[in-house]
Design a binder for this molecule. Structure first.
Ligand code: SF4
Length: 538
């Protein structure tokens, strides 16, 4: 496909090749002693911070949870075919996929005549009580947990979407981002379509309704061929479940089956295999990029709906998004992350006493770093897993309170130690700086920050919520400048070559790396609108 459009980063004066993997360098004994003395002062930054948009002062406390300094998970989807408790299985699957979206969740089921739906804002466990699940009968179900990547954060945009149209009753749930949705909406609007929500997913249902194909699968094929971007989709009709993946395979979609009473088998689909583990299903394989799987009374049919194209599976699933106990794109996530840590230790060694992960996502890479370097692994930052969005704001400003609420240092492990702090990414840099300060204030003598992927220089348009390019510290600052900003003694990133190696992609080239390279694997026709939609959300 010749539709590659590299937006590049030249306009910002930096390209990936300009990165030195590590900054700060190994310190000699004298420097270490100096550092030790300097650590007695509250601000250990030896040089003034470079000009950079995030203010060097602590973040204001209101809103209490400002835009998190991480890429956001996208959405999670599940589908169940042929189980008398389909709604409960979908609910459990979504419960396991909660990390992929916490804003809203929904389940639609069918008993062969009607499609029943329930969706609400909030967490899966709060939404799906027993009385709610009792209103969702039938043996077929689809479910969705959402973090908005397109469309506003309102209940109207919660998924699945369900309609009665000329192709029958149908519901759809989507993980990804349709990059030409705006143009398609305009065109459909001109042809009389009326939209209920601002989500890109609704476009698919309208395209299906407009299709001249008579069968649901035919209309769906028609619709999919008009879409650009990233989509892993689950559809529910009165007698069947259909799932499909975009031809590049940006977002994952796994296929499984489970046996239940009397040796009956039901078919299950989910964004990650951790959903299968919870319901006792077995992972079989992935839905292939450009493939559609139809499960109906006639059995299971697999067909290609699009010609084969170069794969661009999201590497960030392995770096950060997916749960480490999942298999994603046919690979164990834990294995990838430990590889990242091992390769990071080889590329960016540190003269230190122990390796400490930034929990939870830095844990596996820190284990790999520890294995490779021989430095002991210690959980010296403890995460509070029960932090919610409704925390009562304190009456007076407390320095770095937002990070303290989530993380607390184990002082006796850090006191007087030279610490390798392993995290999966630096986005704006503000949170990393707070964590480095926290570790230092807990008594660490030196803090060597190691990041288990290359610098993040470009936003994602494929279903991941990222800050705008100007907010990404690495889009305009080199490693040494970032090191100074986050106030680490040394800073090291994994190289792109090692990232490829860690996910076994150095020969195959099946992954997307656009947020590290700015080289987007698809044409982004309405890039200005995609950017402006992103800016409205932040
Ligand atoms: S741009 Fe980054 S986050 Fe987006 S799909 Fe590509 S690798 Fe994943």
């Amino acid at each position: 496909m010749s539709d590659k459009r590299g937006l590049g980063v030249g306009g910002l004066g930096l390209g990936p090749e300009s990165w030195a993997p590590c900054a700060g360098g190994a310190r000699g004994p004298d420097q270490s002693r100096e550092r030790q003395r300097a650590d007695t002062t509250p601000t250990p930054n030896p040089q003034p911070p470079t000009p950079f948009s995030p203010a060097p002062n602590p973040q204001p406390l209101t809103p209490f949870f400002p835009a998190p300094d991480k890429f956001h998970d996208e959405c999670g989807v599940v589908a169940i075919y042929g189980h008398p408790e389909a709604a409960k299985l979908a609910y459990l699957g979504l419960y396991a996929l909660q990390h992929r979206g916490q804003e809203s969740a929904g389940v639609c089921t069918t008993d062969g005549t009607e499609i029943y739906c329930h969706k609400a804002m909030g967490h899966v466990a709060d939404i799906f009580t027993s009385p709610v699940l009792a209103t969702l009968p039938g043996e077929l179900a689809i479910g969705h947990t959402r973090y908005s990547t397109a469309g506003d954060t309102v209940l109207l945009n919660a998924q699945p979407f369900s309609v009665a149209c000329n192709k029958g009753r149908v519901a759809v749930a989507h993980n990804g981002n349709i990059t030409n949705a705006t143009e398609l909406r305009k065109d459909l609007g001109r042809r009389g379509s009326i939209f209920q929500a601002s989500s890109d997913t609704e476009v698919i249902l309208h395209l299906m309704a407009h299709s001249s194909e008579r069968t649901l699968a035919g209309a769906l094929r028609d619709a999919l061929l008009q879409l650009e971007g990233a989509f892993s989709l689950v559809f529910l009709a009165q007698d069947r479940v259909i799932v499909a993946r975009d031809p590049h395979g940006f977002r994952p979609l796994a296929v499984g089956e489970m046996e239940f009473s009397g040796g009956r088998k039901c078919h299950v689909f989910a964004s990650e295999t951790c959903a299968f583990d919870l319901i006792g299903a077995v992972y079989l394989h992935d839905v292939e990029p450009g493939e559609m799987v139809i499960v109906g009374p006639e059995g299971v049919t697999r067909e290609r709906w699009a010609p084969e194209q170069a794969r661009s599976q999201c590497v960030f699933e392995h770096v950060y998004f997916a749960r480490p106990d999942s298999i994603v794109f046919g690979r164990a996530v834990e294995e990838s992350r430990e590889n990242l840590g091992r390769l990071l230790a080889r590329e960016c060694p540190a003269d230190a006493d122990l390796v400490v992960p930034v929990p939870d996502s830095g844990v596996a890479a820190a284990i790999g770093y520890s294995d490779e370097s021989g430095l002991p692994f210690r959980q010296a930052l403890i995460r509070n897993h029960y932090v919610g969005r409704t925390f009562i704001e304190p009456s007076q400003a407390i320095r770095d309170f937002g990070v303290k609420l989530k993380l607390n240092p184990v002082r006796h492990l850090l006191q007087g130690r030279r610490v390798v702090l392993v995290d999966d990414s630096i986005v704006r840099g503000t949170t990393s700086r707070k964590i480095v300060r926290m570790v230092r204030q807990a008594g660490a003598r030196e803090v060597h920050l190691r990041i288990s992927c290359p610098p993040t220089i470009s936003p994602c348009f494929y279903g991941v919520d990222t800050p705008t390019r100007s907010e990404l510290i690495a889009s305009s600052h080199n490693v040494e400048e970032i090191r100074r900003f986050v106030e680490a003694d040394t800073l090291g990133y994994l190289s792109l070559a090692s990232l490829r190696k860690a996910v076994d992609d150095d020969q195959r080239h099946e992954y997307c790396y656009a947020c590290y390279t700015g080289d987007y694997p698809t044409e982004l026709i309405n890039i200005e609108e995609l950017i402006s939609a992103r800016q409205k959300r932040h």
